[in-house]
Design a protein around this ligand. Structure first.
Ligand code: 5GP
Ligand code: MG
Length: 183
């Protein structure tokens, strides 16, 4: 294994595994939306920007991309609060929407966004996340999941800790002592 940053416990998902899985998801999504006129992919900032970029560049169906930004959680754990800081630029009425998120922890953020978007009368809404934690309390049905992981704090591939480690090419577990220090 390469030399790891001292904040990191271990690599959970390698760069190669991520790339392979993103290709599989893009293939599946392209096949599922074969009949749709176009797909509107909505990435949730900041965390999903890398995943959304990699995924959409492998879609073989007509698609457009937009982003929403939500308030951050604070440094690490869930505050339970979700608030939009940047909304979509266009209405989504009659669009087929694919909501792309970095991670589902409790499921609260995804449930909030799913409801919010459905209220705007799109043709359909499906959800896609790179990683889902085993402890997702709300047990939301997610349409496309990259990887199921343990309930640890992860960084990399868009995911941060206090805005650090976001651009690592792999997904790694943060050392619990780093995490605890700042909670
Ligand atoms: P939920 O609403 O599902 O509890 O939490 C979802 C949000 O919490 C994610 O969009 C992400 O911003 C943040 N989050 C939850 N777990 C992690 C994690 O392990 N690492 C990082 N970087 N963010 C996380
Ligand atoms: Mg997020």
């Amino acid at each position: 294994m390469r030399h790891l940053h001292t904040d990191l416990e271990q690599v959970l998902v390698s760069q190669e595994a991520i790339q392979g899985r993103v290709s599989e998801l893009a293939l599946q999504i392209s096949s599922d939306y074969q009949e749709a006129e176009r797909l509107l992919v909505i990435g949730v900032l900041k965390g999903a920007f890398i995943f959304a970029a990699d995924l959409t560049r492998q879609l073989s169906i007509p698609h457009v991309v937009d982003f929403m930004a939500l308030t951050s959680y604070g440094r690490s754990t869930s505050s339970g609060e979700v608030r939009i800081v940047m909304d979509l630029r266009e209405p989504i009425e009659n669009e087929h929407v694919l909501l792309v998120e970095d991670i589902v922890d409790s499921g609260q953020t995804m449930r909030y966004l799913d409801r919010l978007l459905k209220d705007r009368n799109p043709a359909s809404v499906r959800t896609c996340v790179m990683v889902k934690k085993h402890g997702d309390r709300l047990k939301l049905p997610i349409d496309y999941v990259g990887f199921d992981i343990a309930d640890v704090w992860v960084v990399g591939y868009g995911l941060d800790y206090a805005d650090r480690h976001r651009t690592l090419p792999y997904i790694a577990e943060l050392k619990p002592e780093v995490y605890r220090k700042l909670v």
